[in-house]
Design a protein around this ligand. Structure first.
Ligand SMILES: [Fe+2]
Length: 296
């Protein structure tokens, strides 16, 4: 049995938390009373590799630093969500080594797919919630603070994303069933342009379809978005959104101009998000977990 510690001690139990293949990760977090706020950890774009560096950055060193930071300072978090690009190239050994690292996390960890991921290998190495779609890495996590819906925006073989009719149908059904329950959407690809000339061409191809689907649902509280390797906040259709830095390497700001031929990661330290969910407020703290020099 897994018990949270600190301010949530004894309140949140995860009776079947296990990361082995044969122990389904529960998507409903059992509670004994209502808890506010619910604290969680948000990581994105690990680009993990079992060997070698990625664009001059060591993904094993960076992930180790993130895991140690979380366990030292935020082991009381209810859960972690990683919003895609778990690996850089997607070999079996990459996923196996990645799982070895993530198994060290104290809070339970939910993984999502990005454009760099391989659904089959991801599914073979990680236990997904029982409610996950069978052919996509798309599922919900029922928490005391509301429903976290983790979307699969991968367009296989492309850097840009898509969310097909089947995934949109699933999302619509989840939103209808949620009623007045607060809903938080996690996704890899942005469904809108973000003023990033070199990156906006790789967003969700049919982002307008997603935005049109979610627009009528007033219970959706926040969009959490990966992919861009930069921290950006804003709103779309009065719905707040946040993007997150990469655990590994950061994209430069759009000005001064750069293009893919001249691309070099920004010399900026990585961050993770400490997210607290309350009935009337969502708060994201961008939190540096190691010096830029770690793993470079
Ligand atoms: Fe990425």
């Amino acid at each position: 049995m897994f018990h949270t510690t600190g301010m949530f001690a004894g309140l949140l139990d995860f009776p079947e938390i296990a990361f082995g293949k044969h122990h389904p990760l529960p998507h409903r977090l059992a509670i004994t009373e209502v808890i506010e706020p619910l604290k969680s950890i948000w990581l994105s774009d690990l680009h993990f590799s079992a060997v070698d560096n990625v664009l001059g950055h060591n993904p094993r060193a960076r992930l180790t630093a993130a895991v140690e930071f979380i366990n030292r300072h935020h082991s009381d978090a209810g859960f972690c969500i990683i919003s895609g690009d778990l690996v850089n190239r997607g070999s079996k050994s990459d996923y196996q080594q990645l799982k070895h690292h993530l198994d060290k996390l104290h809070p339970p960890c939910f993984v999502m797919a990005g454009n760099h991921d391989n659904r089959e290998l991801l599914r073979a190495c990680f236990t997904l919630p029982e409610c996950s779609m069978s052919d996509f890495i798309q599922y919900g996590i029922d928490t005391p603070a509301g429903l976290m819906l983790c979307l699969d925006t991968q367009k296989t073989g492309h850097d840009s994303g898509e969310i097909c009719g089947k995934r949109l149908e699933w999302l619509h059904a989840q939103l209808q069933q949620a009623g007045d329950t607060p809903v938080y959407l996690f996704m890899h690809h942005p469904p809108m342009n973000l003023g990033l000339p070199m990156q906006d061409t790789e967003n969700l191809d049919n982002g307008d379809d997603l935005l049109a689907l979610i627009r009528p649902f007033a219970n959706i509280k926040h969009l959490f978005i990966g992919h861009v390797h930069r921290p950006i906040c804003g709103s779309i259709d009065h719905l707040p959104f946040t993007t997150m830095r990469s655990v590994l390497y950061q994209a430069p700001a759009p000005i001064p101009d750069w293009d893919w031929d001249s691309f070099a990661p920004a010399r900026e330290a990585p961050q993770l998000g400490i997210v607290t969910f309350e009935a009337q407020q969502t708060t994201v703290h961008f939190t540096q977990f190691c010096d830029y020099r770690v793993g470079t």
